[in-house]
Design a binder for this molecule. Structure first.
Ligand SMILES: Cc1cc2nc3c(=O)[nH]c(=O)nc-3n(C[C@H](O)[C@H](O)[C@H](O)COP(=O)(O)OP(=O)(O)OC[C@H]3O[C@@H](n4cnc5c(N)ncnc54)[C@H](O)[C@@H]3O)c2cc1C
Length: 415
């Protein structure tokens, strides 16, 4: 089978649905196809709350059919091969689709196999991840009786870089409520150099760390998990340092250090999807090679890449996509009207809602240069300094953002 589309979209996640719905809203006659094999679409930002038992997983999930904008053709297939010289995408199912414009947004790929011992460790009932199964995180938190609660992350890029520490703050709160915090040491081990790259947010988070008495370990590159001995193995970076020392009996083995855990939450290693990495669209790192202001492909002018799979030097979040989509949509309309690209460009905006406990949140909003760029609209919610913990921001995370996502962003409204 062969079909032609004015605009073909790869991936019906946050970015793909937003592109298709904004384009259709602007021109109802546009012939748009969207390729995605998945049965369901997920609102992943709420998985942090699911892991701490304060949100229902079922509410983060909708049948894919219900997400596809009216008049857009859903092709329930797996895109496999790009032939950009022929304006063609070939699917695993053996069909070819041609396009005038292509928007590529297949997200990031979870790659647990990149960490030795991780696939086996996930089945032990002590190791969990909000990235794969947030309900299981809650089981593990409940089963934890005390000891070392380790929160960690890989050396690869990940989506929502703040998620590995958000669940730690919530878990600490839950351990206190459940009366097991004084029997436990809560440890955060990260390959990074700091708790957060934006100075205003870092200041607040370090106050949270002090209040919660958390042990921070920087320069910890996670290389293996020994699930039998319950040890996470790390190779040390030169910038290794510790904050708020706790004696957790670190195991030294040559260049490696091991942390013995009684429970562990981690983000699994992640990578660009294989079919992107092995395609003519990829840059050296395997991500879609795009201009960081326009999201136009660096070689193929009728191809755009956005969302987690795009090679953009900013944090991979849904919030970032909210600012990327209008630029991509505008540029496709302009090119199809034989006008040049818009002078309005993407500034790297991303945001990370850092929940710091039940009922508390800080909102990190920043650009390519890690400048703190709070949304002026927050004042309407009586939030005048979003770098400080606030109950109103928690309400935004738990109620308003999911509402805006399903009812506005996914419907093509610019919010
Ligand atoms: C635990 C967690 C917490 C998070 N918290 C936040 C937060 O608080 N705020 C925030 O803004 N973001 C957060 N995020 C990140 C946010 O969910 C992602 O950045 C966003 O969903 C990425 O959108 P995307 O469209 O690029 O990819 P996705 O939404 O992941 O969608 C990708 C789609 O592409 C499809 N696909 C994959 N391969 C193919 C193929 N070969 N052919 C066709 N289709 C394909 C998939 O089936 C999928 O439907 C969080 C994520 C996680 C996991």
């Amino acid at each position: 089978m062969k079909s032609h589309f004015d605009v073909l979209v790869i991936g019906a996640g946050t970015a793909g649905i937003m592109v298709a719905s904004q384009m259709k809203k602007r021109d109802v006659n546009l012939n748009i196809g969207i390729i995605d094999p998945a049965n369901y679409h997920y609102y992943q930002p709420a998985w942090t709350l699911v892991g701490a038992n304060t949100y229902d997983y079922e509410k983060t999930k909708r049948p894919m059919q219900a997400m596809i904008p009216a008049g857009v053709k859903w092709i329930k297939e797996f895109a496999e091969q790009f032939k950009p010289e022929e304006n063609t995408v070939v699917t695993k199912e053996g069909n070819s689709y041609t396009y005038d414009y292509l928007a590529v947004a297949p997200g990031i790929q979870l790659a647990p196999e990149l960490l030795e011992g991780l696939p086996e460790a996930m089945d032990t009932g002590m190791v969990c991840s909000n990235y794969t199964d947030p309900n299981h995180t809650w089981d593990v938190l409940q089963k934890f009786k005390g000891g070392v609660a380790l929160f960690t992350q890989p050396t690869t890029p990940i989506k929502c870089g703040g998620a590995p520490q958000k669940i730690m703050y919530l878990a600490d709160d839950y351990f206190r409520k459940a009366g097991k915090r004084d029997k436990s040491t809560v440890v955060f081990a990260t390959p990074g150099t700091t708790i957060f790259g934006v100075p205003e947010i870092k200041k607040t988070l370090m106050e949270v760390v002090d209040r919660k008495d958390l042990n921070l370990r920087f320069g910890y590159n996670l290389v293996a998990v020994d699930s039998k001995e319950q040890i996470a193995w790390y190779e040390m970076a030169d910038h290794e340092k510790e904050y708020n020392h706790k004696d957790i009996g670190i195991i030294e083995d040559g260049k490696r250090k091991g942390i013995r855990y009684d429970m562990m939450h981690l983000a699994p290693p992640q990578s660009s999807p294989d079919f992107i990495r092995n395609s003519p669209l990829a840059n050296d790192g395997g991500w879609i090679s795009v201009d960081k202001g326009t999201m136009q492909h660096t070689k193929y002018s009728n191809v755009f890449g956005l969302g987690d799979a795009a090679g953009l030097p900013t944090a991979k979040t849904g919030a970032a996509i909210r600012k990327q989509v209008p630029i991509v949509v505008e540029n496709i309309f302009r090119l199809s009207a034989s006008k040049g690209l818009s002078t309005k460009t993407y500034n790297g905006y991303s945001s990370c809602p850092l929940v710091t406990g039940y009922g508390k949140m800080v909102l990190a909003e920043f650009d390519y240069d890690n400048n703190f760029t709070p949304d002026p609209k927050l004042k309407q919610m009586l939030v005048f300094d979003s770098s400080k913990e606030s109950w109103r921001l928690w309400m935004l995370k738990k109620y308003m953002l999911p509402y805006l996502y399903w009812n506005k962003m996914m419907k093509g409204q610019d919010v």
